[in-house]
Design a protein around this ligand. Structure first.
Ligand code: ADP
Ligand code: MG
Length: 233
């Protein structure tokens, strides 16, 4: 489960000799997603979606409030335990963040190798996933030799390959056509049915309509709307 309790995030910005300015990026954000829940994360560009996801995968720390991720208090985690927790989280970054010197195959294999899975298992899972996302013929390609959509599909495969308990995706269909977006949704809903908690930030109205799930709507750095509260009555 994921729980935010009155979470705020400020960035401090030093500008020459003037006093340090403090920017409120997120304010008083509270919500709860039960284990196995699915939420769309919506809101205008600049509203704070990426920042909210960063807090969920422990790449940013709140200036205020409490965050619980997969039952763990995210604030007081020693580095080692934070790293272990992060391994249970699959993330699709808006800018993919693939490793440029590794092939498509090795990028997707990386999380499995870090988890010390056998090479036989790695081969079978990675090959199957890359086939599923339509990249069977491009296992040896480096990211720079692939299109934006192809890189996005590799980053999706990498995020799901270890069957994470929490799956976070930041506008994962930005470079995909409708058919590929639907395949992605099949992958995500499959993972979700097996108990993974899912949060997907998106601007894709068609997907939100075709795959009904409660929305978390962010506006100007705060939670404007938690549709799960409405759905629950
Ligand atoms: N590292 C940073 N330093 C200062 N401001 C930032 C930083 N990252 C994001 N912001 C600001 O925080 C706000 C929310 O950004 P972001 O979470 O990326 O929004 P979204 O993903 O919804 O487009 C924006 O106004 C953005 O300019
Ligand atoms: Mg963003």
């Amino acid at each position: 489960m994921v729980r935010f309790d009155d979470v705020g995030l400020k960035y401090r910005r030093a500008q020459g000799k003037s006093p340090v300015e403090s920017l409120d990026i997120l304010r008083s954000v509270s919500f709860e997603i039960p284990q196995g829940g699915f939420r769309w994360l919506t809101g205008a560009s600049g509203a704070g979606k990426t920042t909210l996801l960063k807090l969920m995968y422990l790449a940013a720390h709140p200036s205020q409030g409490k965050i619980e991720i997969l039952g763990v208090d995210a604030a007081k985690l020693p580095v080692r335990e934070a790293a272990l927790l992060r391994r249970r989280i699959g993330v699709v970054f808006q800018d993919f963040r693939l490793l440029g010197h590794l092939s498509a195959y090795d990028n997707v294999a990386l999380p499995m190798r870090l988890a010390r899975r056998s090479e036989a298992q790695v081969k079978s899972d990675v090959t199957e996933l890359l086939h599923w996302v339509g990249l069977s013929g491009k296992l040896d390609r480096k990211p720079a030799e692939l299109s934006g959509g192809e890189q996005q599909r590799i980053s999706i495969a990498r995020a799901v390959v270890n069957r994470p308990k929490l799956f976070l995706a930041d506008e994962p269909t930005g470079n995909l056509d409708d058919l590929q977006a639907d395949r992605l949704m099949m992958l995500i809903t499959g993972l979700n049915k097996m108990g993974t908690t899912v949060v997907v930030a998106t601007h894709n109205q068609r997907l939100v309509k075709d795959y009904p799930a409660p929305r978390l709507e962010i506006a100007h750095g705060t939670l404007a709307f938690d549709e799960a509260l409405v759905w629950a009555g």
